[in-house]
Design a protein around this ligand. Structure first.
Ligand code: TMP
Length: 386
């Protein structure tokens, strides 16, 4: 049974950027650790139909870093010459577009994005990952050679069932490749904003090894990825004779205490301290006359703003390059979201990196801001001015 280790208070839908007149609802955001499976999960799952629907706003092509990331993994998969690749959670087609439409199909429950990839020529099933979707795929295409999912498996509350459905659709010699934010990185970076409604689980290898085994999969390779604040890309298959040891990675997680509730409770204490330090820093800069804005209207920053009580009194606005987010308000705290050219005015002296996971890309892009003495503030791995 899950043991709660952190409570981030009442939170709105993390990607629920809204118009001024719109209503929003809040839920209790708390995470727990299951000592039996080692799985870290939300204590209360938010219904997936509330999170992933026709209005889903997060667009995977939104950064150069992610566009290159998907191009590289697509090239690596193509090198294996699979007959058919299935992507679960294809968003705007940032990965799919590297394949011939006859060689890749997709499942995407957000209707707006499913329409985009359908128009690009890819057969896209606009449904959630469930038994009837898998039945339909098997009926129309037969088994597939590769199942790929990026930042999607962790969205599925019933993860055991989700993995067993992958097993059903994957050819016996096929490969299951998926990537999601990892617990060890969250603990090392104190990035508590990885905990939000869409992340039903934050995976450790300790947990995945057990859960995948229940579905008949063995992990044969793990790649550590810098994206999304530190992720693991898992390669799993069903071939019992072909196993590569991941003992070293499992040992690393055990040494980091990922199999003990105390580690998570200690993390929660550091998070509480991070909140105090961030709020103090922002108010101090504000009192010194600095004009501060947020950079990147991310789901992660929704968690930080609501947990720390950061609203329009501290941040004048939040900039984001996604056109669909501009003109809306941040969930819960109602800070106006504007285009970067509108928000990053010459009188802005400091920015809080809501998109801290793209810090390198942003700092490189905003050299002129830094050159005139502009400050970049982050809370990861600790609260500081870069
Ligand atoms: P993510 O951290 O959930 O991937 O979201 C990144 C958000 O940040 C996305 O809305 C795009 C935005 N963004 C900018 O506004 N400017 C940038 O330079 C980068 C890299 C991202």
């Amino acid at each position: 049974m899950k043991q709660q280790f952190i409570d981030l208070g009442l939170q709105p839908i993390a990607n629920g950027f809204l118009h001024p007149e719109e209503h929003e609802w809040f839920f209790r955001l708390a995470a727990g650790y299951d000592p039996e499976t080692h799985l870290v999960s939300l204590m209360h799952f938010v219904d997936n139909t509330v999170l992933f629907n026709d209005r889903y706003i997060y667009c995977s092509s939104g950064s150069a870093t992610m566009r290159t990331h998907f191009e590289m993994i697509a090239a690596s998969i193509k090198n294996r010459h699979p007959r058919l690749v299935l992507e679960i959670g294809s968003n705007d087609g940032v990965f799919l577009k590297h394949f011939h439409p006859g060689a890749a199909i997709a499942v995407e429950p957000c209707g707006n994005f499913a329409r985009v990839t359908t128009e690009m020529g890819y057969k896209t099933y606009p449904y959630f990952w469930n038994t009837s979707t898998v039945d339909l795929i098997l009926q129309n295409h037969g088994m597939v050679d590769v199942v790929y999912a990026a930042n999607c498996m962790c969205h599925m509350p019933d993860i055991e069932n989700a993995f067993s459905l992958v097993r059903r659709v994957l050819a016996p010699e096929g490969t299951f490749i998926f990537e999601d934010p990892s617990v060890i990185h969250m603990l090392q970076r104190n990035s508590y904003d990885q905990i939000y409604d869409e992340h039903a689980h934050i995976f450790s290898l300790l947990a995945l090894e057990k859960l995948l085994a229940l579905a008949g999969f063995a992990i044969f390779n793990v790649e550590k990825l810098p994206v999304h604040g530190g992720s693991n890309r898992i390669y799993a298959h069903q071939c019992p004779t072909w196993r590569t040891s991941i003992a070293d990675q499992l040992d690393e997680e055990r040494s980091a205490g990922l199999d003990k509730i105390e580690t998570y409770l200690e993390f929660a204490r550091r998070v509480a301290q991070s909140k105090v330090e961030l709020v103090e820093l922002l108010w101090r800069l504000r009192a010194q006359g600095e004009k501060i804005i947020g950079y990147g209207a991310t789901s992660k920053s929704t968690v930080v703003y609501n947990y720390c009580g950061i609203g329009p009194d501290l941040l004048n606005c939040v900039t984001d390059t996604t056109p669909a987010k501009q003109g809306l308000l941040t969930p819960g705290t109602h800070i106006p979201i504007v285009a970067p050219e509108v928000g990053l005015k010459p009188d802005v002296t400091a920015v809080f990196l809501g998109a801290w996971n793209f810090a390198d890309e942003i700092v490189a892009k905003e050299r002129a801001f830094a050159a005139r003495g502009g400050k970049f503030i982050t809370h990861v791995p600790n609260v500081r001015v870069l």
